[in-house]
Design a binder for this molecule. Structure first.
Ligand code: TRP
Length: 332
């Protein structure tokens, strides 16, 4: 226990807003289990963030369990780390209000994700979409997290959390740990198989653009066969070869091979062989993961027990921080 308390803390969250993709796995979830060695880890399925975009209630419910099961299947140990569902810990929204009163309208207006999403969902530019980064800051600051493992696209939000923490600390005396983003470099940006200029996304209208964690081996092979490449038929990394470079990234992430090794392996071979090898490397990693995922989901009672235990442990920590904040701002 003493050892645990000296470890630095890490917090991250994943939205249950669709099926998981290869991009989510390589860019996020896969990196979370290894952090358990070095850090005291808290991982949340952030269902409150998910409803900033309209969700079907039944799908949201199912995807919340699926996301939690994915974290566990990826090797996160719920006895060691805290795994919980965001809406089970009301302190997130309570802290979020106090932080919102210490966040400037102008800061939120500059968030690129807000600008992107409000352009994409013009019919639903709701206030929650705008204050989304404040809730995210609350997630992080509530637990005194030092590190926040996220993809490049979330860096701006973590920087806002830093600014809010510093502003609060200056106004009310030292309260929050100022968190740092831990940006995943290798495989951090897996691109769409159909449009290598866009990030692989589960909301892609073209289902051939992404590999879902639920795709079976045949589907994975078919999607890679259709992946956009170029007409040169030579495997090497280049700015002009975005499609091939993306496939190399995926292959490297799955096998640990370097660019030089990959280029040598496919010297004199066409894209057909290369695409099949990439597909097989993904299948090899996904198959055991999918099996474990299915096993965890099959025992719903046990999964719920794990999440309830996680929520209790999270609430214990969250309560302490919230009480401190309430006192500092002068709430009686
Ligand atoms: N906004 C993050 C994403 O879409 C998810 C998230 C919510 C998160 N709260 C967080 C990530 C706190 C890290 C820390 O990927």
């Amino acid at each position: 226990m003493a050892e645990l308390e000296t470890k630095k803390r890490v917090f991250s969250g994943i939205q249950p807003s669709g099926t998981f993709t290869l991009g989510n796995y390589v860019g996020a979830v896969r990196n979370w289990a290894p952090l358990q060695k070095e850090f005291d880890c808290i991982y949340s399925v952030v269902n409150m963030h998910a409803i900033t975009v309209r969700q079907q209630p039944a799908a949201l419910r199912r995807q919340t369990y699926e996301a939690a099961a994915m974290l566990l299947a990826a090797g996160i140990n719920p006895k060691q780390s805290i795994v919980f569902v965001q809406s089970h810990v009301p302190q997130h929204t309570q802290l979020s209000w106090v932080l919102a009163c210490n966040t400037m309208f102008g800061e939120l207006s500059r968030m690129t994700q807000f600008k992107d999403k409000s352009q994409k969902h013009t019919e639903n530019v709701n206030a929650g979409l705008f204050t989304y980064p404040v809730l995210m800051a609350a997630d992080i600051l509530l637990y005194g997290a030092h590190g926040v493992p996220v993809g490049e696209d979330q860096k701006q939000h973590v920087e806002l959390a830093r600014n809010i923490a510093q502003r609060f600390n200056n106004a009310y005396s030292d309260t929050f740990i100022v968190p740092e983003p831990y940006i995943q470099k290798i495989g951090g940006r897996i691109m769409s198989l159909q449009n290598p200029a866009a990030k692989m996304s589960k909301s892609d209208e073209n289902i051939n653009g992404f590999i879902s964690m639920q795709d079976d081996a045949d589907t994975i092979v078919r999607k890679f066969k259709r992946a956009v490449t170029d007409s040169e038929a030579r495997v090497y990394r280049s700015k002009e070869k975005a499609g091939v470079s993306n496939l190399m990234d995926i292959y490297a992430a799955m096998t640990g091979k370097t660019d030089a090794e990959i280029e040598a392996e496919f010297e004199g071979k066409g894209y057909g062989d290369f695409k099949l090898a990439v597909a097989q490397s993904v299948i090899d990693v996904f198959a055991p993961l999918q099996q474990e995922h299915a096993r965890i989901l099959a025992d719903k009672a046990e999964l719920e027990r794990i999440l309830e235990d996680g929520a209790q442990r999270a609430q214990h920590l969250a309560n302490k921080m919230l009480a401190k904040v309430y006192k500092k701002v002068g709430f009686v």
